[in-house]
Write a protein that binds this ligand. Structure first.
Ligand code: NZQ
Ligand code: ZN
Length: 397
């Protein structure tokens, strides 16, 4: 094992009916004024917000509801949330929703704790974040893993830029994971979530270190479980056991358990963020649309060894030849995304024709104007990134 620091202080309350404990948990953290942040309506429509605010009222916690976080959440909306948190004098930000809502809550917490600084400065790395407010999360979709992650992703809609901020200040103090809350999810969102969960582990598993045996074994086991449960929910939408496994796997996949000792790659996420910034596509779809092109491009870097291991240990591929095994594993993974109903190239992403000029613009965006590389399994410069977008733009993929 290589060196690492593992600090995931989020208290997790897991299980069917766990959302009935939100009031108790909020009180446990000493909150007297709580800003409840939610998305564009699903948690209001399902009655979840009413159930939670009733618990807050019963516990004597003053609250206000701030709704409207949209998928690929906007900086401008988070700024409005900061004003709301300050007006309420909130001492806790409670997210009720998915990654977009939780990331909005994290941004509001950072902004409200530092009212003298525009919060985007933290995302641009121009100001160091040194304090925040506590965030709690009630998760309604297994996907982004934001409920225990150290990350928050925002989009500056005016500049067309999507950026992540990684800091331990992003770890929520508690996360309530109630699988029953996922039963109202549309199948497409479930598929996007399964894809994102897989990708959080894949983007760690494919890294230059090959001697983190415990981490790799955990990663492979998690991938096998998520692939199997993803099949179950595809065939039986709303299967509660499968959703509960996905919910826990989603948290573990992105709290770094599956990457300890490794050197995070996350190239596919960076390629996907540029797609979401330009076309506002769903996060999970942005990842599956480029994965095969990325994998085919980088697999030779170690003589196909890592991808062959993936194929054998995750997909049960038996080919003895390393290259043949690796290519079979890539094909099986890509076919799996397709079976889920996810796009596996840019043509299928539903954004119209992505011509060469569009690929060049994406490569500019992803490489921050050719000023950075991405990835660690194979370090990719702007030309590599362009080659991957070009490959992904072909329907052959
Ligand atoms: O807004 P509402 O009305 O709630 O609808 C949402 C939204 O349309 C809906 N939904 C959520 N729970 C539901 C539900 N509909 C019915 N029933 C329920 N129980 O699902 C849609 C997607 O919600 P969203 O929060 O956007 O999903 P997800 O959790 O996939 O979050 C995606 C965002 O997280 C970022 C992504 O880039 C994207 O912006 N990520 C955040 C990460 C992090 N903070 O650690 C890591 C990820 O890699 C990712 O980048
Ligand atoms: Zn993701």
């Amino acid at each position: 094992m290589h060196e690492f620091v593992y600090h995931v202080p989020t208290k997790v309350v897991f299980g069917c009916g766990a959302c009935n404990q939100v009031g108790d948990v909020v009180r446990e953290y000493g909150s007297k004024r709580c800003l409840v942040v939610t998305g564009q309506g699903s948690a209001i429509k399902s009655g979840l917000i009413d159930r939670i605010t009733a618990q807050l009222a019963e516990k004597g916690v003053e609250y206000a509801v701030f709704s409207g976080a949209q998928p690929n959440p906007l900086l401008s909306h988070a700024r409005a949330g900061v004003a709301k948190a300050l007006e309420l004098k909130a001492d806790l930000i409670l997210a009720v929703g998915g990654g977009s809502t939780i990331d909005t809550a994290k941004a509001i917490a950072h902004g409200a704790a530092n009212p003298e600084t525009d919060l985007w400065q933290f995302w641009l790395g121009k100001e160091p974040l040194t304090k925040t407010m506590p965030v709690g999360a009630v998760l309604t979709i297994p996907a982004a893993g934001s409920e225990t992650s150290d990350s928050a992703v925002l989009t500056d809609g005016d500049a067309g830029v999507k950026r992540g901020l990684n800091t331990d200040f992003n770890r929520p103090v508690f996360a309530v994971l109630d699988p029953e809350l996922t039963l109202t999810l549309p199948p497409y969102q479930v598929a996007c979530g399964v894809t994102d969960i897989l990708m959080h582990t894949l983007d760690r598993y494919f890294n230059p270190y090959v001697d983190n045996d415990t981490t790799d074994a955990i990663a492979e086991a998690l991938l096998r479980v998520v692939l199997a449960e993803g099949d179950v929910v595809r065939e039986h939408p709303g299967d509660l056991h499968a959703m509960s496994e996905l919910m826990w796997a989603g948290s573990l996949s992105h709290n770094n358990l599956t990457g300890l000792g490794g050197k995070k790659d996350f190239a596919v996420h960076q390629l996907g963020h540029a797609l979401s910034a330009k076309y506002n596509v769903t996060h999970g779809a942005s990842l599956s649309a480029v994965w095969k092109s990325w994998a085919s491009y980088v697999a030779p870097v170690d003589g196909y060894a890592r991808f062959a291991r993936f194929a054998r240990n995750v997909w049960g591929v038996t080919e003895e030849d390393g290259k043949a095994a690796a290519l079979k594993g890539i094909a099986l993974q890509s076919d799996y995304f397709h079976k889920l109903g996810m796009p596996v190239n840019l043509q299928e992403l539903g954004v119209g024709e992505v011509d060469d000029a569009a690929c060049q613009a994406l490569a500019e965006l992803c490489s921050y104007g050719r000023s950075r590389t991405i990835g660690t399994f194979q370090v990719l410069n702007a030309d590599d990134i362009l080659a991957i977008y070009r490959s992904a733009s072909s329907r052959e993929n």
